[in-house]
Design a binder for this molecule. Structure first.
Ligand SMILES: [Cu+2]
Length: 145
């Protein structure tokens, strides 16, 4: 438990560093998304945690050395309760409960994919729904203004 909290803090710190280091000329509608895992922890690092409404491009890289990940964009009403239903047999979220807007599908380690979505203002969750990955914390909030 203590370990998990430490990892979450480290992820936030690296996310903030990336925000400060983002080139000024980069359009705010382009999000660089890294999918990673280290030992038992895994997650996303996004270049921005929010964007203006409209067309938003996620440039997704799987930076894992050995694990296939995916990026799903899912709208939620509330960051404290996503309203997701579990698919216990598959150890993941029941995708029928996620209102998925777009997804990369499984990406092998070292691969890159770009997806563009047209998002209205609201709250979204960026999720990897490979078995066990959501429960291991592989999701992040994303806000559209
Ligand atoms: Cu994953």
């Amino acid at each position: 438990m203590k370990m998990k909290r430490l990892v979450a803090t480290m992820v936030c710190a690296s996310g903030a560093a990336m925000l400060m280091g983002a080139p000024a000329a980069q359009a705010d509608s382009t999000i660089l998304a890294s999918m990673w895992d280290r030992g038992k922890s895994m997650g996303f690092t996004l270049s921005r945690a929010s964007a203006s409404a409209g067309k938003i491009t996620f440039q997704v890289t799987n930076d894992s050395a050995s694990i296939t990940h995916e990026l799903l964009v899912s709208p939620v009403k509330n960051f404290m309760n996503f309203g997701y239903k579990p698919d216990a047999a598959e150890a993941r979220v029941d995708e029928g409960s996620m209102n998925i807007i777009e997804e990369t599908h499984g990406m092998k380690p070292g691969t890159y994919k770009s997806i563009t979505v047209d998002l209205k203002p609201g709250k979204y969750i960026i999720v990897c729904n490979k078995p066990g990955h959501f429960s291991d914390g592989m999701f992040l909030p994303f806000v559209v203004y």
